[in-house]
Design a protein around this ligand. Structure first.
Ligand code: 5AD
Ligand code: SF4
Length: 442
């Protein structure tokens, strides 16, 4: 391929999960550290940081590549990163000649080198998966803002039969305790007041604290809670199997740990859970939630659901609806089963017709929305801290999150990054209005 002028401006576009948002920020910091400038629509280098979890996400990449073509027929230097790069790197190179760089989620610390090779006229790719190599090679955090993500754990060893994550993100690894404390300190120094710890199985995080003692996620959370200017800690996504007693206890004994738990269950039918290779039953999941609620009675619960998994009968689906009713989720995500090549579920008999899956999804989403509105309505009158994240649409209006992760808007005298105390005043399905009481003292 012909050489290109070395790119001076870049744009990173992230799809999918919060970890991709985090990876996208770190790629942007890496490129900025090379002297490149964050650019607009017409940047010289465009990084598509992709998601492979469901079909539509992967298809989007190809249409995005097409859309990057300029009126004169030329394209920016296109790099495909993320899980589609990992899973389909070779196909992308073959199908989309304008893609010059392919880089997997465990190799993106090499992005500047690969871009330099590509600018010389090569097509460069790296989808190696060395455990934990990239973090040590990344520059210091430079992003600012009141809320930040921090990847503490990556990869998954659970091999649910529908899921590509164990193949695209690799085996479970935990980043070391000291590196995480350093990164958290850097984020707090630059203005972060809330940190969300990220991992595909974040509650499987394990490490050694400063004194060499073995600690789990609860120990890490308690250590982070010692940072004076850090006001709030969250974590996502957890697996029921790794929800240990210490983490449940942390919800009772660590005030900075927010009363929110995203704990995917996927289905309310034990038959389907078994076929999904989930290691819990509906009953064991409900018992676990009882223990969490005993530790932190006001905890807001969230989950993930898949409808139309192969073999799912109407009776199985009803059990999912029943579980949703009995948990009383504050929010939840629901997805249509998407057959992913290479996963066991793609080959299973009993694939469900699209019309059936569509109808089930609608019924499930209606139940989830009812639950969400009920949860919000029950919060009216509560006084709580809202961390101001950004301006609202109207003059003098501000937006932030309640401890229970509800979006709250209010008007009054505040600025971004302030912890303010509000009284929750009215409830909608997706947000709440608040009445500003005063600046909260953390
Ligand atoms: N089809 C549909 N949903 C999926 N998820 C993961 N893989 C699939 C798939 N093949 C959902 C699960 C998971 C969330 C991140 O995405 O609910 O918890
Ligand atoms: Fe995928 Fe299951 Fe691992 Fe979650 S626990 S990332 S759904 S394999």
């Amino acid at each position: 391929m012909s050489p290109l002028p070395a790119p001076r401006t870049f744009r990173v576009k992230s799809f999918g999960c919060q970890m991709n948002v985090y990876d996208g920020e770190r790629m942007a910091e890496l490129l900025a550290a090379q002297g490149m400038e964050a650019g607009s629509e017409d940047a010289d280098l465009v990084v598509l940081n992709t998601c492979h979890i469901r079909e539509k996400a992967a298809e989007k990449v190809y249409s995005d590549i097409g859309r990057l073509r300029r009126d004169d027929g030329s394209s920016p230097l296109i790099a495909v990163a993320g899980c589609v790069a990992q899973a389909e790197g070779e196909e992308i190179m073959a199908r989309a000649p304008s893609v010059r760089v392919v880089v997997g989620p465990q190799a993106y610390h090499r992005l500047p080198e690969l871009v330099a090779e590509a600018a010389q006229g090569a097509r460069a790719s790296d989808t190696e998966m060395p455990a934990d190599a990239k973090f040590a090679a990344l520059p210091q955090r430079t992003r600012v803002g009141p809320t930040a993500f921090l990847t503490v754990q990556e990869g998954c060893d659970k091999f649910c039969t529908y899921c590509v994550v164990p193949y695209t993100r690799g085996a479970e690894i935990s980043r070391p305790f000291a590196a995480l404390l350093d990164e958290a300190r850097a984020l707090v120094e630059r203005g972060a007041r809330e940190i969300t710890l990220l991992g595909q199985n974040v509650n499987a995080w394990a490490g050694e604290d400063a004194r060499g003692r073995a600690v789990g996620l609860a120990g890490l959370i308690r250590a982070l809670a010692e940072l004076p200017d850090l006001l709030r800690i969250r974590y996502t996504t957890s697996h029921p199997t790794d929800m240990d007693a210490d983490l449940i206890a942390a919800h009772a004994d660590t005030p900075k740990l927010m009363p929110f738990l995203h704990l995917p269950v996927q289905s309310g039918s034990d038959r389907i859970l078994k076929a999904m290779h989930r290691s819990h039953s509906a009953e064991s999941y409900l018992r676990l939630l009882e223990r969490v609620r005993a530790a932190r009675p006001d905890i807001a619960l969230s989950g993930d659901f898949i409808v139309g998994f192969p073999g799912e009968a109407e009776a199985d689906f009803r059990l999912t609806l029943e579980l949703v009713e009995s948990v009383g989720y504050a929010q939840a995500y629901s997805f249509k089963f998407s057959s992913r090549p290479g996963t066991p579920a793609a080959e299973m008999p009993g694939q469900i017709a699209t019309a059936v899956t569509d109808a089930r999804l609608q019924r499930l989403q209606a139940a989830i929305n009812r639950g969400q509105l009920a949860f919000n309505a029950a919060s009216v009158g509560q006084r709580c801290m809202v961390l101001v994240e950004r301006r609202g649409k109207h003059p003098g209006q501000w937006l932030g999150k309640s401890p229970w992760l509800q979006s709250v808007h209010f008007t009054g005298d505040a600025s971004i990054g302030d912890p303010v105390e509000v009284e929750l005043a009215t409830a909608g399905p997706n947000s709440m209005s608040g009445r500003l009481l005063h600046l909260a003292t953390a």
